[in-house]
Design a protein around this ligand. Sequence first.
Ligand SMILES: NC(=O)c1ccc[n+]([C@@H]2O[C@H](COP(=O)([O-])OP(=O)(O)OC[C@H]3O[C@@H](n4cnc5c(N)ncnc54)[C@H](OP(=O)(O)O)[C@@H]3O)[C@@H](O)[C@H]2O)c1
Length: 465
Amino acid sequence: MSGLDVGVYGLGVMGEAFALNLESRGLKVAVYNRTAKRTSQFIESRAKGKNIQGFTGLREFIESLSRPRMIILFVKSGRPVDDVIESLAGMLEKGDVIIDCGNSHFRDSDRRFAELGKRGIRFLGVGVSGGEEGALKGPSMMFGGDFSAYIEAENKIGRAAALFENSRCSGYFGDGGAGHFVKIVHNGIEYAVMQAIAEVYDYLWRGIGMSSGEVGSVFEEWGEGLLRSFLLEAAARVLKHLDPETGKPLVELIVDVAEQKGTGRWAVEAALELGVSIPTIAAAVDERTLTTQRTLRNPTTQKVSNSERRAGEALDTARDALLATITLSYIQGISLLEAGSRIYGFRVPEALRVWRAGCIIRSRLVEELYRELSWSPGEPAATALEKSHNQLEELLPSWVQFISHASGLRIPTPASMSALSYYLSLRSERLPANLIQGIRDYFGRHMFRRVDRDGYFHSDWGRGQ
Ligand SMILES: NC(=O)c1ccc[n+]([C@@H]2O[C@H](COP(=O)([O-])OP(=O)(O)OC[C@H]3O[C@@H](n4cnc5c(N)ncnc54)[C@H](OP(=O)(O)O)[C@@H]3O)[C@@H](O)[C@H]2O)c1
C-alpha cells in the first residue's frame, strides 16, 4: 500500500472531522490513533466507503504515504505532541513534513520547528479554528513554520479551509510558532467576546427579568445587524434550547463554573511578556478563574429583577455596551498581533483576512476591520481605534449607563468595565502615571521625566535627602 496523500494522527473530535473534510476534497487519507480501537471504530462508521485507510501500526501508517510525507497531528497539546513527534521522527525521511494542528503554545512550536529542522524534517504549526463543524466543513487555518512545506500543504490541506467570497481562509504567518501565536490571539478575543455576551445575558436575565428564551430572541435580532457573529448566534441557540427531560431552558441547568484549556491565559501571558495591554481579554480569563473559586464565592444576592426599568431602554444600553466591548476586544487582539508581527514578520490584516470565515470569532466586525486595515498605512491597532472612534463615542453614554445600572443591581460586568477603562485611558489627554512615577521616586529613587525639560530627575520630596 503506498501513495496516500496525507496522514492524520489522532482521531479525537477534531482529527476525525478533519480527515473526513480532507477526503471530501479529493485526497486519499491515512489515519492512525494511539488507541487502535478508535481507529477501527472510525473506519467502520463515519469513514466507511470513503477514501480513508486506517492503520494500527505506526510504521505501516507512515509507509502508506507518498513522499514527501505529510502527517497532520490532532493530539492533546503539550507533552503528547512531543512524544508523538519523537515516535514519528525516527521513521521519517529528510523533507517529510509534520503538521501540528492542535492548540500548541507558540513557544513550543518555535522549539519543535528548530529541533526538527536540524533533523531535516519540515515542521508546520497550524492554528485551526472552527470547532468540530469547522474541521468537518471548513476551518480557518493559521500556518507557521517551514515555508516550502507551507506551499505544499496549502496545495493539499489548504483545500479543506473555509471560503470567504471564494478566497480561502488560510494563510502563512512566518517561521516557527507564528501560526500558533495568531491562534492564541484568536482564542484570547474569543474569551473576551464570550464574557461580554455572557454578562449581557446575566443583566437581561437576572437584572431585567427576561426569560432565557427571550434573551435568545434578542440576541438573534441583534445578530442581524452590526453584532452579527458566530458567537452571538451560538449564544442565542444555547439560550433557546430546552432540556428534553425537564422542559426547562438547558442553560439554566448548567453549573456556573467556566472551564478553560489555557489558550486564553497564554494570550495574557504573551501580552505581559510583549508589553501589550489587553485588559478585556485578561478580565475574561480572570472571570472564568473566579467562577471556579467555590469557597471564595459567597452569594449575598439572589436573582434580582428591576421592574422599574423599561426593558426597551435596558436592551438598547446593553446592545450598545456589547458592541463597544466587542470592538475593543478586537482592538486589543490587534494590538497583541502587532507585537507578534514584530517577532514573526506577518502583516496584521492577514489574520483578520483568515478570520472572516470558518473560525469561532468570525463576525461582521472582523470583516469591517479587515476592510479598514487591509490598505491602511500606520499601526493597525491605532488605525482600528481611530476608525472606531466616532462609533465608540456614540455608544459611550449608554455603555456607561449599562455598567452603572448593572452594578446597581449587583451584576458584574468585568468585560464591559475593563473595555470602558481601556477606552477612556487611551483617550485621556493625561493619565495619573505622573503620580505613580512620583511615588516610585519617593520610595525607591526610581527617577522621573519632566514635561518641561529633557532627562531623568530625582527629588528628595522635601525630606532633605
Ligand atoms: N475541540 C475543538 O473545538 C478544537 C478546536 C481547535 C483546536 N483543537 C485542538 O486540537 C487538538 C485535538 O483536540 P480534540 O478536541 O480532537 O481532542 P480529543 O477529542 O480529546 O482527542 C485527543 C486526541 O489526542 C490523542 N492523544 C492524547 N494523548 C496522547 C498521547 N500521549 N499520545 C498520542 N495521542 C494522544 C488521543 O488519543 P487516544 O484516543 O488514544 O486517547 C485523541 O486522539 C487539541 O490540541 C485541541 O486543543 C480543538
